[in-house]
Ligand binder design. Structure first.
Ligand code: GLU
Length: 411
């Protein structure tokens, strides 16, 4: 933790000064929303759905206004929306007791179909299209499916469409599910290389102890690193409409920050929650562990097994060292049996290892296009594949210092 705000009474001038100083210091660092180019925002069920009245349309309208504003400033927005089960149970008039798995799944199907038109109409007011994505755990855990999901969402963003994402609750079973949308949102944010994850919740952030039971709990304004001490602060702060409490938010923070995504937890209870955040509203900010590209490259370098080898010529080697992607034209040999999305080693013809990366074609197709021009891929394979065999964002080079460290938003 690099700093902590206080929960001291507002009337004390010193504290106001401290808060102001702290705020301006933080503003210069991570709290300025304008700096973020790709923002994933998670909306908790209790913000969207009122148990007796159903969808909170006015609130959603105000969120739409905020997000349309961010989008007009050039940010790409992804929404991870909860609320399917809560809305479904309201529409169906189900009793306020815990639901059985199959009941939640059935309620989710009713709620989800009602959420879609609500988002469509809100963003339609601003000329923005939305698209629905329902994910199951394997869609982000299996590398090929991960790449597919990422390509689809990237295309939506390229078209200016806001993805509205939820877990596919109707088919997710208890053993294989994200379980809560904090975890899902963190996976989405890291998969899409978001630079910020906003968790809009019914609590305004992290306290040194669960605040409801502990009046002396202090508010934590910024977390530099999620240590066991921070984890211990989380306690449990869930509401009965959503599954995620502070514990799942801190878990989400670990996933996000490790991958280089900053995270903020703030209360979304009032209208225009994102504008309020922009204007310095109370929130807990979590710093990204390191910059996005290094974290992502570390993930590729450290966590995956390799499934094959691509041999490359000296021209390709020079291009890679200048931060370029690996094109089929520079590939002189393909070894091993790998699938699209697997990790392969990149070697020079003399078998000196240059690096590794996630390959965009399976071994058979890679053999067919090796040595060919990217423009001929469609004709050779009969489908429009990626023009790179390994995109530079999906690649890590061995030699420290030679590695290109920038990341683009390209697929
Ligand atoms: N996917 C669930 C829903 O839409 C929400 C899970 C959560 O609250 O975290 O109802």
């Amino acid at each position: 933790m690099t700093g902590a705000g206080s929960r001291l009474p507002e009337h004390e001038p010193t504290n106001r000064l401290t808060e102001a100083l702290l705020h301006s210091k933080l503003s210069a660092m991570i709290t300025d929303l304008a700096q973020y180019k790709r923002i994933t925002i998670k909306i908790g069920s209790s913000l969207l759905v009122d148990r007796s009245d159903g969808l909170k349309s006015e609130w959603l309208q105000s969120l739409g206004e905020d997000l349309a504003g961010l989008s007009a400033q050039g940010a790409e927005i992804l929404i991870v929306s909860s609320g399917a089960i809560a809305l479904g149970r309201t529409i169906l008039g189900l009793p306020p007791r815990p639901l059985k798995l199959e009941e939640s799944q059935a309620a989710a199907s009713v709620g989800q179909i009602a959420l879609g038109p609500a988002y469509k109409s809100i963003f339609g007011n601003y000329g923005i299209n939305v698209g629905q994505i329902l994910l199951t755990l394997e869609d982000t855990e299996d590398r090929r499916r991960y790449l597919n999901a990422r390509n689809t969402i990237t295309t939506m963003l390229k078209w200016g469409v806001i993805p509205v994402i939820n877990e596919n609750d109707t088919v997710a079973t208890s053993e294989i599910r994200y379980g809560d949308n904090d975890r899902l949102a963190a996976r989405v944010a890291t998969m899409m290389g978001s630079d910020l994850l906003i968790l809009l919740s019914d609590i305004d952030g992290l306290y040194t102890k669960p605040p409801k039971e502990n009046p002396d709990a202090e508010f934590v304004a910024i977390v530099g690193e999620i240590t066991p001490v921070i984890e211990a602060m989380a306690g449990s702060a869930g509401s009965d409409l959503s599954r995620g409490g502070m514990v799942t938010k801190i878990e989400a923070g670990k996933v996000a920050t490790k991958a280089g995504t900053a995270m903020v937890i703030t209360s979304g209870i009032q209208n225009n929650p994102v504008s309020r955040l922009q204007n310095g509203k109370r929130a807990t900010w979590f710093k990204p562990a390191t910059n996005k590209s290094r974290a992502r490259k570390k993930w590729i370098a450290g966590q995956l097994e390799t499934n094959g080898t691509l041999l490359v010529d000296t021209g390709a080697k020079a291009a890679l060292l200048h931060g370029k992607s690996l094109l089929p034209a520079g590939v002189t040999g393909v070894e091993g049996s790998f699938q699209r999305g697997d990790t392969v080693v990149i070697m020079e013809n003399d078998r000196q290892v240059l690096g590794r990366g996630l390959v965009a074609f399976d071994a058979t197709d890679a053999c067919l296009i090796a040595g060919c021009q990217s423009r001929d891929i469609a004709e050779i394979l009969g489908y429009e594949g990626r023009s790179e065999i390994i995109h530079r964002d999906d690649m890590v080079l061995e030699t420290a210092g030679l590695q290109n460290d920038t990341i683009t938003n390209e697929g």
